[in-house]
Design a protein around this ligand. Structure first.
Ligand SMILES: [Zn+2]
Length: 482
């Protein structure tokens, strides 16, 4: 069998988390009644003038810096001309050219299929505006909702020739990119709501071939899973096409989530079909180096740096680190707990163990439950200080999760603190031994395994409150007495 190489380029569109649209004051929000967040500017009515949204420009610059891009110190907006009912102006404001987009020539590191990491080069990060949405109406007609028209949209495109060479790496790229955008606070990353949209272009070629194969582009991917499945499907489809003497056509293809297969949407249009030209209504953007440096200094700690710190400074495992930073809220929760004096490893154990299990069962995000970082630290200190044992801690945590009280308060109210008074424990030990003469005889005859039974009885009599280590010690002492 001939060996094929896969190349994947990625175009990602991210709706920016601004309060208002790109060129007007209409609010940006998901859902709602159609055409309730529109004005003459975003409806493209004659005689209106756009005013750029400064926050949107800053968000794109920050993203470009986080993706190690060069910044266009002089940058302009272009008009991309085409007709479609969801585009009221007849053109989309976008950015054209190699060094004109706000950011260009950057890179992002991802885990590689062959182990280690690889750099995926970024060609450009630019700013444009989103279109409206066509809707199929119950009566069979079509309607158009312009609520989304004019929402600031950032496009991030990888460099050619592509660095991504498999379905898994495609998914990894999107995962890492999404994490960065969410940490920067520039996009909510909700793929299911269309805030983050990904269009991979895929080609295959025989190993050793100099020319890249014809690529196809996939649309309508709205989950990490569909990105991985979609790329894998296209690779198989293209190879089968070539192997049977056919030809791969340059097309835009849709993805059918149910059938897990792609279908032809249209032949791909060429760039020069759009007749790009500078938008005469929008002044050029000119940035001072000081301003760019102040933005660079304002960047938060990014996931990769955070992961490194969790492992090297806080001593967490690679696995734990991955779980904590996968979600921004989770890592913030964790850091708050550590800031309150919680031991990082113990805090992490509760968060990734019992706590994660409970919120998963209830389908809650971490900040929606009654447990706060204070609750976790309170519990960790109770266990660490020997006030309660592990089993009690689990029960207390479950109750705290349900009722919302602090574990230490619940423990106090119940008298549930651990017994560490040796006299009190000894009394229970002696009582249990007094009731189990036969077991003691077995033990003395050499069957040391029965000790576990005795420990169980003692713990039971103390309602699980006796300090286990002290029970072990006192029981051994008693059993060894002649
Ligand atoms: Zn508007």
């Amino acid at each position: 069998m001939p060996n094929y190489l896969t190349s994947v380029g990625m175009e990602v569109h991210a709706e920016l988390a601004t309060h208002s649209k790109m060129f007007c004051r209409c609010p940006v929000a998901f859902g709602g009644e159609p055409n309730t967040r529109v004005c003459p500017v975003c409806l493209g009515l004659p005689g209106t003038l756009p005013v750029p949204n400064r926050a949107a420009i800053e968000m794109v610059l920050k993203t470009a810096l986080a993706l190690n891009c060069k910044i266009a110190m002089h940058s302009i907006f272009h008009r991309k001309n085409y007709f479609y009912p969801d585009l009221p102006k007849g053109y989309q404001v976008s950015q054209y050219g190699d060094t004109n987009p706000l950011g260009y020539d950057g890179w992002l590191e991802i885990p590689s299929d062959t182990g280690g990491t690889k750099k995926v080069r970024i060609r450009r990060v630019h700013l444009e505006e989103d279109t409206g949405k066509l809707m199929h109406l119950p009566n069979g007609g079509s309607g158009v909702d312009y609520n989304r028209a004019g929402t600031p949209l950032m496009e991030i495109v990888t460099e050619f020739p592509p660095d991504i060479s498999s379905p898994t790496e495609s998914k990894e790229y999107l995962t890492q990119l999404r994490q960065i955008l969410v940490y920067l606070g520039v996009c909510d990353g909700k793929m299911e709501e269309g805030s983050l949209r990904c269009e991979p272009n895929i080609s295959v070629r025989l190993e050793g071939a100099e020319k890249f194969g014809t690529k196809t582009e996939l649309k309508n991917l709205n989950s990490f899973r569909s990105v991985q499945l979609g790329v894998a499907f296209e690779v198989r489809r293209q190879i089968a096409e070539i192997d049977t003497g056919g030809k791969v056509l340059q097309e835009t293809r849709g993805w059918n989530e149910q059938k897990e297969s792609s279908y032809v949407m249209r032949l791909k249009e060429e760039e020069n079909d759009y007749r790009y030209f500078p938008d005469p209504d929008l002044a050029p953007m000119v940035f001072e180096p000081d301003y760019i440096e102040s933005l660079r200094a304002s960047l938060p700690e990014l996931p990769t740096a955070k992961a490194k710190r969790y492992q090297e400074v806080l001593g967490l495992s690679e696995y734990d680190t991955g779980v904590l930073i996968a979600d921004k809220e989770t890592s913030e929760f964790f850091e708050e707990a550590v800031g309150l004096g919680g031991d990082p490893k113990l805090v992490c154990n509760w968060m990734t163990g019992d706590f994660a299990k409970l919120i998963n069962e209830d389908g809650l995000s971490i900040r929606r439950s009654k447990i706060t970082p204070t609750h976790i630290v309170d519990l960790v200190k109770l266990v660490d200080g020997g006030t309660i044992n592990g089993k009690m801690a689990k029960q207390l945590f479950a109750e705290s999760y349900r009722e919302g009280g602090l574990p230490s308060e619940i423990a106090k109210a119940k008298g549930a603190s651990q017994i560490t008074d040796s006299g009190e424990i000894l009394a229970i030990v002696q009582k249990v031994l007094g009731e189990n003469g036969e077991i003691i005889a077995k033990y003395k005859a050499g069957n040391v395994g029965v000790k576990g039974f005795l420990v169980g009885q003692i713990m039971k009599q103390s309602n699980g409150r006796a300090n286990p280590a002290m029970v072990q010690q006192l029981l051994s002492d008693e059993l060894e007495k002649p």
